[in-house]
Design a protein. Structure first.
Length: 232
């Protein structure tokens, strides 16, 4: 969202009013107090460097056979008035420094569906716990994740494991978008189930990252693993 739009922003919620009036000055404060974000402008205001990406959840037939992946998925259902087409989009947003969010939307035209998915992704942002949990590394920086974590959505199960520096992102192509926007540079993964269902694949990964925040880590282990809670 551009600066001009934020200048014309009129908050519709109490949280939005507090942000605009300067009572809340950081996204971390919102996470710590468990506020529910109902306006994407709140995130635009507090995280101006937020970036976005679309997940290729759809496919169209290619010239030589097979399918070419596209961001929009189209479904058609029969109605008494004829065929009705619905478009679906999935967006991921993040600041490459410990904040990530995902949104799913559907509608009748591609542009509005993509905009809606991005807005929902901004309202679903959460902090990503990062660190160096690899026994091969031990650098105490936050280039990876602090421990093994598992996420599941539908039939898809994703296991993320800490990796030493230099390994890179050993994950599926669409999952790389999530890791890059979350600020994770090195990670190993194992996947189970029908990962061709891109939507479930991404949501299982998001679930795994959320589960990291639920794990209890002592202050001593946080220092040893270089754990960062959200924004570094």
């Amino acid at each position: 969202m551009n600066k001009k739009s934020l200048e014309n922003w009129v908050p519709r919620t109490e949280l939005g009013r507090k942000v605009l009036e300067g009572e809340i000055t950081s996204i971390q404060e919102i996470f710590e107090k468990n506020y529910v974000i109902k306006e994407p402008e709140i995130v635009d205001y507090l995280v101006p460097d937020l970036e976005e990406a679309l997940v290729n959840i759809g496919g169209v037939s290619g010239k030589g056979g097979g399918k070419r992946r596209v961001p929009i998925r189209s479904t058609v259902r029969m109605h008494k008035s004829g065929r009705r087409r619905t478009l679906h989009a999935m967006a991921v947003v993040g600041n490459k420094n410990g904040i990530i969010g995902v949104g799913i939307a559907r509608g009748k035209d591609a542009r509005s569906v993509i905009e809606k998915a991005i807005r929902r992704a901004k309202m679903n942002v959460f902090p990503v716990r990062r660190g160096c949990g690899s026994w091969e590394c031990g650098c105490k920086t936050h280039h990876s994740i602090p421990m093994r974590t598992v996420g599941k959505t539908g039939s898809v199960r994703v296991v993320l494991m800490p990796a030493p520096k230099g390994v890179g992102l050993v994950v599926g192509d669409e999952i790389k978008k999530v890791m890059v926007l979350a600020g994770i540079k090195d990670v190993w993964s194992k996947t189970f189930g029908d990962t061709r269902t891109r939507m479930n694949f991404v949501m299982a990964t998001i679930n795994a990252l959320k589960n990291l925040n639920k794990m209890k880590i002592s202050e001593e282990d946080k220092k040893r693993l270089g754990v960062v809670e959200g924004v570094a």
